[in-house]
Write a protein that binds this ligand. Structure first.
Ligand SMILES: [Fe+2]
Length: 578
């Protein structure tokens, strides 16, 4: 039984293959397409690159697919959003008309999916199922969590009509408890303020989260007025701060700018005011999430919480929920955003429609394509680069990191979700305070306020971080123990926290071994881990992508499968050739 889950018409396109009840592959379309957060639409209506990689991993083709599970119920969104815009037509009919046409175009894109599937199948046609969007988010977290029963909190911009939803998961059943409708949405408000601060909405929210640590929450009272935070944690936007026609891209009106100042242009330097607004926004989000969690706990009495939706990528919020929330444990999947809905839709088909028993706990995010040593060697030979095969690549990299070198680490199956977790990572020595600047200059060329993350041996995590539970997918921000901050300065944020990844031997044996060997040399069981990409591009997928990134940046060495490439060897060769 093969079920193909699909998601991401406008952003975060993805495919997930569930085979006989097991999640066997999941890939985001951005990786093969080489366009960050690529949508299905960008690939011709289906996430064809991601689908091909899933099929290749499982050794199947379109003819083997029994069911296609889609992440959305398009008519529901269309009717809701057109109704919302109709109500605004009095203020600016042309604006309402534009948005109605926009939603009609989206509807067309969603409804084309069954036809495109039929075209690709060319004969035996699988059944196509449309699932409610927030239900797919809820399923993407709960069905792969270790919990038999859990409360589920979904927070995102908008899906069909819902922005925030409560569910209760029990066995294979997921019951909706409560929902809040558009536009009273945390995903939407956070995206609008992200744009107001000069970043890209629906893309750069993590930058605002990083910036928040530099500011003081001095605008909390004013922002609380705008969003209308209620005692149960939900929002009710105050329309007096918004354009009555609700016209994008900024949606705000003069009253908002009079209160908070003018919007920042992307190229302008950041000011203290913008840092304080980011801090205030983040503080209100965390307050709201804690209140929502309290309400959800009161309604369900569940001991565990699953979090999904795009706002679930806010690891500072997740960290506070884990530390201060009423739940004993929380689970955030590797892809809580819309890409993850592909997995949720496939699992809903498996459990609710086909009545199968739950059997998947996702404790590893390594669900993408992998490349054999032979395939890697072919890529290295084709690029005429000098390389060496090593008997223990982890030991070599541990030595290079101890020397202060920056290393590209390309091993095994690619990660599912936006975080590099030790398969497509750039690694450095966290004990050297200058490494943050070195990695930024050599590779990332990104804003100096954004911190780098640590990967720590799971069994030693408590020695360095005040974590209340494991964080295998780097979804929790946690305080670094004050006495340890001086030991790992390159991964400690300005507020003394870090976005931690805990690494177990079972989930990634080679990466675990590398960190252990590095600990033997440095005394610290932590490495600096950032994604293997340059700013603005997706994480590398293939050996060719890795070589391109390696040679176009200042990375010192590349550990790719069992092979090692050092930049200094290549320079020698080029010099001698000259
Ligand atoms: Fe969503």
């Amino acid at each position: 039984m093969n079920i193909l889950g699909l998601s991401g018409l406008l952003i975060d396109g993805a495919a997930c293959l569930v085979q006989d009840g097991r999640v066997v592959a999941a890939v985001e379309e951005e990786r093969p397409l080489r366009f960050k957060q690529a949508s299905m639409r960008l690939s011709g209506g289906l996430p064809n690159g991601a689908i091909d990689l899933c099929f290749r991993q499982a050794g199947i083709a379109w003819k083997d697919i029994d069911h296609v599970a889609y992440f959305f119920r398009p008519w529901k969104e269309f009717l809701r959003m057109v109704g919302f815009r109709w109500a605004k037509a009095y203020w600016a009919p042309h604006v309402a008309g534009y948005y109605m046409l926009y939603h009609l175009d989206l509807l067309k894109g969603h409804l084309a999916v069954p036809h495109l599937v039929r075209y690709r199948c060319n004969g035996r046609v699988p059944r196509v199922h449309f699932w409610s969007h927030h239900l797919t988010h809820a399923a993407s977290a709960f069905y792969v969590s270790p919990f038999e029963q859990a409360a589920i909190l979904v927070m995102d911009a908008v899906g069909e009509r819902d922005c925030t939803s409560f569910f209760l998961g029990q066995g294979t059943s997921i019951r909706r408890i409560r929902s809040w409708a558009f536009p009273h949405s945390w995903g939407f408000v956070y995206a609008m303020v992200t744009q107001y601060l000069g970043f890209r909405p629906n893309r750069d929210e993590y930058k605002v989260m990083g910036l928040a640590a530099f500011g003081k929450p001095t605008y909390v009272r004013q922002l609380e007025q705008v969003i209308g935070l209620k005692p149960d944690g939900s929002l009710k936007l105050d329309w007096s701060y918004f354009d009555p026609a609700f016209r994008g891209p900024l949606y705000f009106n003069k009253k908002f700018y009079d209160t908070f100042g003018r919007a920042r242009a992307p190229e302008e330097p950041l000011t203290e005011r913008q840092q304080d607004i980011a801090a205030s926004l983040q503080e209100l989000l965390e307050r709201s999430a804690l209140r929502l969690a309290g309400e959800l706990y009161r309604l369900t009495g569940a001991a565990a919480l699953c979090i999904a939706g795009g706002v679930g990528l806010n690891s500072s919020m997740n960290g506070r929920l884990a530390a201060e929330g009423p739940f004993r444990a929380i689970y955030v999947p590797p892809a809580p955003h819309d890409a993850g809905s592909a997995m949720g839709a496939a699992l809903l088909t498996q459990y609710l429609l086909l009545k199968q028993r739950r059997q998947t706990v996702l404790d590893s995010a390594l669900l993408g394509p992998e490349f054999s040593n032979e395939a890697i060697k072919t890529a290295l030979d084709a690029s005429k680069v000098r390389y060496e095969e090593r008997s223990d690549i982890a030991a070599d990299v541990a030595e290079l990191l101890a020397q202060g070198r920056v290393v590209g680490w390309f091993q095994g199956r690619m990660e599912w979700g936006p975080r590099a977790l030790g398969s497509r990572s750039i690694l450095a020595n966290p004990t050297k305070p200058e490494m943050q600047t070195v990695v930024n200059r050599a590779v990332k060329n990104r804003e100096s306020f954004r911190p780098f993350a640590p990967s720590v041996l799971a069994e030693r995590a408590g020695d360095y971080f005040l974590l209340t539970q494991p964080s295998p997918f780097m979804q929790l921000v946690s305080p670094v123990r004050p006495e340890r901050r001086k030991d790992i300065p390159a991964v400690v944020h300005v507020d003394g926290t870090a976005r931690v990844q805990t690494v177990t031997r079972e989930s990634n044996p080679r990466y675990h071994r590398l960190i252990r060997l590095f600990a033997e040399k440095s005394g610290v069981p932590v490495v600096l881990n950032t994604s293997f990409n340059v700013d603005g591009e997706p994480i590398v997928c293939t050996p060719q992508d890795a070589l391109r990134c390696f040679f176009s940046t200042g990375i010192d060495a590349l550990a790719i499968g069992d092979y090692l490439v050092e930049k200094s060897w290549c320079q020698c060769k080029m010099q001698s050739a000259n």
